[in-house]
Design a protein around this ligand. Sequence first.
Ligand code: ZN
Length: 364
Amino acid sequence: MDSRLLRQLPGVTDEAQSGRAQYLRRSLPELQRLERLIRKGEPALRWRVLAEVEDGPYSLPVYALELGSSHPAAPVLLLCGGIHGIERIGTQLLLAHLANLIHRLRWDTSLQQLLAGVRIVCCPLLNPVGMARGWRSNGNGVDLMRNAPVEADTPSHGLLAGHRLGRWLPWYRGESDRPMQEEAQSLCCLVREQIVRAPFSLALDCHSGFGMRDRVWFPYAGQARLLENAAELHALVQLFERSHPHHPYIFEPQYHQYCTHGDLWDYLYQQHRQHGGQPFLPLTLELGSWLWVKKNLRQLTSYTGLFNPLVPHRHQRTLRRHHLLLDFLLRALAAWDHWLPQGRQWHQHQRRAERRWAPKEAPE
Ligand SMILES: [Zn+2]
């Protein structure tokens, strides 16, 4: 149930509404901002509720938003955030980007033309209970990025790879032989439905908490091998690097850093491949949060400070810093048939991808 439905229902008192508003202000301002954006963005912005998850008396919607073409065969850019509740900056970054798009759509004719041919699908806050509580996991203590039914070939040592010891430890995968958590299932249904007929799709899932540099990761997280669309990915990265040579990112397969069970994007990518889908490049933006900690050691004293920039000017800078990448992905998506490699070019990109991202032993 979304807040508007809540307002319309008979018997939902003003007191209940103001209680929810207070709860959101205190624990989940990102959801309030998202609901304000929905009101501001209609009718160009389409929305629906994928799932409802409970935090005590409060029912929290998982929203999916759409901008641009509603044609099922349009190319799709999927934007995702808040899978790990503690990583609020990913959600905030997507909300800032959405606000930018909604505002520009009123006057920017080139953006209007661009979006007439492609679709942006955004799920900016997948784990609202986790975010409200300041947890990495969802409300059931499950790490949604370890919850998919895929096993790592050579998992990193320790709990980080994902485990089934118990929900009181981080990186808990959930019980074996049980369905995926509701939030994870919602994302899987959304991705499948949206990209099944698309001739080309891109995804960017926003996280934070690893390393000094901003990284763009891609499958596989659970196997030390290149993804099947390595040539297409190499062509995309080359396009970006030649267009923006001073960019801040490291592009690498996730297994170069660690190897994990249950990665949702590994699972979705493999599923899409098995069903004969067209090229799909699922990317993860991993914001280098250790740099914020290094520049402000007080961040070490709070859990949220390990994952989010706490100093206002650094927060603002982070919200600005990635528009270039998001804008590039949209433009590359719209022009996919101008650069996606075929024939001899495909083989050249494949060889370069193999040299650049050669599987190496995943660090333990
Ligand atoms: Zn994360």
